[in-house]
Design a protein around this ligand. Structure first.
Ligand SMILES: Nc1nc2c(ncn2[C@@H]2O[C@H](COP(=O)(O)OP(=O)(O)OP(=O)(O)O)[C@@H](O)[C@H]2O)c(=O)[nH]1
Ligand SMILES: [Mg+2]
Length: 235
């Protein structure tokens, strides 16, 4: 899997501002504020500072869209879109802003036709102390996973910041999440690069790659292609 180029497209709050998908699949990166969504996106696309990473939680307030052209290990080329979603659970955010977040995210999850998979991030350290503790600490994430599944959106759970756990702690942490979600997560670290290939494999099990759009061709930019197919087996 090789990323040929990756570009920031725009930041958009509502459907009217979303970039046209033009037949491309879209991946969304979603999770608690500061969990590492933007870092994962950068690591996955191999571009250090494409999405803004911050020490300050709640930095990403809008939906940030990116496009990437890739060449798969089999040699086929394609283009996909990525959406870096604003994080939830940031204590400093007031009620009205939280409602804004909810409206923006619900609209995105229900209406974005191109959305083919949601990469949902879980902080490895919240899984360290067993199932019961994790079910409390990760209540919001687990609710969100249920909500996405009720919409028929395929979820790829990711245990991130794995570098914060010892090697012996990683599998048990992932097993806790598997029991809670009944989906096996990918264990990864945006810092060490662990798990990136596994994540790409999971992504491509869901996406059916599309041929590259020819930039500037009227066929690519004007004809609305059918929405990306979703493999029911992966839901
Ligand atoms: N150790 C470690 N730190 C990470 C990893 N991924 C992200 N971080 C750090 O976590 C902090 C937040 O990272 P971001 O990528 O900005 O997180 P985010 O989820 O996009 O945050 P918001 O946009 O504010 O919701 C930064 O200090 C990152 O360097 C990781 O895999 N390992
Ligand atoms: Mg971010």
């Amino acid at each position: 899997m090789r990323i040929l180029d990756a570009t920031y497209l725009k930041s958009a709050p509502r459907a009217a501002d979303w970039p046209p998908a033009a037949g491309r699949h879209e991946l969304a990166f979603c999770g608690r504020s500061n969990v590492g969504k933007s870092s994962l996106l950068n690591a996955l696309l191999g571009r250090g500072s494409l999405a803004r990473v911050s020490q300050t939680p709640g930095r990403t307030r809008l939906i940030n869209f990116f496009s990437a052209r890739y060449s798969s290990s089999g040699g086929s080329r394609g283009e996909l879109l990525c959406a870096d979603l604003p994080g939830f659970g940031y204590a400093e955010v007031g009620r009205s802003e939280r409602q804004l977040w909810r409206g923006m995210i619900e609209e995105y999850f229900t209406d974005r036709q191109a959305l083919s998979a949601v990469v949902l991030l879980f902080d490895a350290r919240r899984l360290e102390d067993g199932e019961q503790r994790a079910s409390t600490l990760l209540f919001d994430e687990l609710e969100l996973a249920n909500y996405l599944q009720s919409l028929g959106r395929p979820v790829i759970p990711v245990v991130t910041k794995s570098d914060k756990l010892s090697k012996n702690e990683r599998k048990p942490a992932a097993a806790v999440l598997t029991r809670l979600l009944r989906i096996e997560p990918v264990i990864l670290s945006a810092h060490s690069g662990e798990g990136m290939d596994d994540l790409w494999k999971r992504i491509f099990r869901i996406l059916q790659p599309r041929p590259v759009q020819v930039r500037g061709s009227s066929a690519a930019s004007e004809s609305p292609l059918p929405p990306p197919a979703v493999d029911p087996a992966t839901r």
